[in-house]
Write a protein that binds this ligand. Structure first.
Ligand code: ATP
Ligand code: MG
Length: 423
């Protein structure tokens, strides 16, 4: 029996990983250019951390976590998202005492969801968090940063939705009205929503059930309940986005799935990927650090789903730069392999970024040339016994009809650098 992969957990194969690497390097460069630094975190945390931060009455905590007992009986969970771990690390390492932090991290997240296009059980996120900043300037910066990434990658079919959830007090007042409203239309609610009516009515607004759309659309909106300071915060954020030329839509029904958000929430959505349209989601979570045992610390961040980001990049016509070899080295005859190895090491030393592929496993001239052709390399370098004796090497263009030429060993690096555009 062949081994099989776990459902909803994908292998990222070499033909696809080139695109992933490209996107990851572009977004890393962008966030670093705004002064964000990388933090690398464990994939496992105590279950309690996620239950407390994400909220007991959420899809994630109710039914999506990969939770198991460690050998010593402790309950551990594979991280379903990154924010809780970032905040935990900030507290446990004392990073938040009289300091502000701008952090990014990247890696796999785990949720036991129903696998489908754009929704997996192991998926990857790029995550950015700013801790210790009140905003709304940093809220705007985080959004402007996303817009720069889209531009850098030629991504067009994406729109920004923003909303404000106010403070916890303001949400309490809103919650009462919401419970009143949903109780009045209880017969139209699905099972999940009826359960949430008692515990977390805001989450009903985030329902993915299409049959709930009409009731949700007619519900009272949080924006009418905003406290004065949050209203001002939101107003300033919109002003900063306007000034930066970022277009957005205020979506008063945007609440985000997790409990910990306050004030600013936003989502970059696309219509190009079918049902799974949320590419990058974020918001402010001013109460979370304190809730997890740190000093009160305002914070805001976003998380981007890399699979959806890759898919959108491709829909928009994006392609990773080719990663084929520049040259393929063919060596036939006594003593040629040893010399070829020293030549290619020198090429790698002297030509920055050159991609050289050695023919491995020997073979006749003909079979080596076949592999050279298949490698998609631009040139073959050919070393036979005669060339070795003459101190020269053959250079054959593989993608044009030009003739083979012969180059002295000591001129090779310079000539090749020019030919492959890496001089
Ligand atoms: P959705 O509404 O699609 O369920 P979410 O609100 O659960 O998303 P977040 O928890 O905010 O998503 O995660 C941030 C981003 O991670 C999402 O915008 C999305 O791009 C991506 N994402 C979330 N869950 C998955 C998943 N199961 N598979 C692939 N990507 C995901
Ligand atoms: Mg979800």
């Amino acid at each position: 029996m062949k081994p099989r992969a776990i459902r909803g957990m994908n292998d990222i194969l070499p033909d696809v990983s080139a695109t992933w690497q490209h996107l990851e390097s572009v977004i890393t460069d962008v966030v670093q250019s705004y002064g964000y630094s990388e933090i690398r975190l464990p994939l496992l945390e105590q279950t309690e951390l996620f239950a407390r931060s994400i909220g007991e009455v959420t899809d994630i905590v109710e039914k999506e976590m990969y939770t198991f007992q460690d050998r010593n009986g402790e309950s551990l969970t594979l991280r379903p998202e990154a924010t809780a771990g970032v905040v935990r690390a900030g507290i446990s390492n004392g990073l938040l005492h009289n300091q502000r932090q701008k952090l990014w991290t990247m890696g796999p997240m785990f949720r036991y969801e129903k696998p489908q296009k754009g929704r997996y059980r192991q998926f990857y996120q790029f995550d950015v968090e700013a801790l210790g900043f009140e905003g709304p300037d940093v809220d705007a910066e985080l959004i402007i940063m996303c817009a720069r990434m889209w531009r850098a990658l030629g991504i067009s079919r994406i729109e920004l939705e923003v909303n404000s959830l106010g403070t916890a007090d303001a949400r309490d007042r809103y919650r009462e009205t919401l419970v009143e409203y949903f109780s009045g239309v209880k017969s139209q609610l699905d099972e999940d929503s009826i359960r949430r009516l008692e515990q977390n009515p805001l989450r009903i607004l985030d329902s993915k059930n299409p049959e709930m759309r009409t009731v949700v659309a007619a519900a009272p909106v949080m924006l009418d309940f905003l406290d004065e300071e949050s209203a001002e915060h939101f107003q300033s954020l919109k002003g900063l986005l306007d000034a930066a030329g970022i277009s957005y839509k205020v979506n008063p029904r945007l609440v985000r799935g997790l409990d910990y958000y306050s004030r600013t929430v936003f989502e970059w959505v696309t219509d190009a990927l079918g049902a799974q349209g949320a590419v990058c989601s974020g918001g402010r979570y001013d109460g979370l650090v304190e809730k997890l045992g740190g000093r009160p610390t305002p914070a805001v961040g976003w998380a981007m789903g890399i699979e959806r980001f890759v898919a959108l990049f491709e829909v928009c016509g994006g392609k990773a730069p080719a990663s084929d070899a520049d040259v393929y080295v063919v060596a036939v005859g006594h003593g040629t392999l040893e010399r070829a190895f020293s030549i290619v090491e020198e090429l790698r030393d002297r030509i920055d970024g050159v991609r050289v592929e050695m023919n491995l496993g020997g073979g006749s001239f003909k079979s080596q040339m076949k592999r050279a052709d298949k490698s998609n390399a631009e040139y073959a370098l050919i070393l036979g016994e005669q060339e070795l004796a003459d101190g020269r090497i053959g250079l054959k263009p593989l993608r044009s009809v030009e003739d083979q030429s012969s180059i002295a060993f000591d001129e090779l690096a310079e000539k090749l650098a020019k030919l492959v555009g890496k001089a």
